[in-house]
Design a protein around this ligand. Structure first.
Ligand code: ADP
Length: 156
């Protein structure tokens, strides 16, 4: 059974994240969406809220073979502990590539047994990021078509 971990901040989860998740599920038997806790990064939502919104979105979309968890520490350590030696990441633009390339090298340095798998963003969702959602929302732009209902209702 091939199990992958999809780590991220998910602050909050967006339709961009969900597109990557759906596509990963067509390749892996199970995907664990992992809210990576970073105490240095002050987020918009608490870890518990992020986990809850992801769980609700999965239910909403009737996705199967997905688990949601949170973790404080290296994602490669989490992946090893959970027998899920693949990490999923999404790539939107060249700017993502530089950051992801650095994470890839660091992860490989920490644990070479974990492989990273990348999905390219679709055109329709390539401009979506959690911070862009919050900025649009704070400036009174309706983000209904960019996030799952679980997130939209909390923003309201
Ligand atoms: P992090 O703080 O770890 O980057 P994010 O929640 O911002 O966490 O993103 C998690 C992963 O999902 C990253 O690999 C990011 O590039 C990817 N991602 C985020 N939004 C999109 C999108 N709209 N399309 C494709 N990938 C995305």
């Amino acid at each position: 059974m091939k199990i992958a971990v999809y780590p991220g901040s998910f602050d909050p989860i967006t339709n961009g994240h969900l597109d990557i998740l759906k596509r990963a599920l067509s390749i892996f038997d199970k995907v664990i969406v992992l809210v990576a806790i970073n105490p240095d990064k002050k987020g918009t939502f608490t870890t518990e809220e992020r986990v809850l919104m992801i769980k609700e979105a999965i239910k909403e979309m009737k996705l199967e073979n997905v688990e949601v968890d949170s973790y404080h520490g290296l994602t490669v350590d989490y992946a090893t502990k959970h027998h899920a030696p693949y990490l999923i990441r999404g790539l939107r633009a060249v700017s993502d590539f530089e950051y992801e390339f650095q994470i890839h090298s660091a992860n490989k340095f920490a644990n070479d047994n974990v492989e990273m798998v990348y999905f390219m963003a679709k055109n329709e969702t390539s401009f979506i990021s959690s911070s862009m959602i919050m900025e649009l929302h704070h400036n009174h732009v309706d983000v209904k078509d960019l996030v799952p209902h679980s997130v939209y209702k909390r923003l309201k």
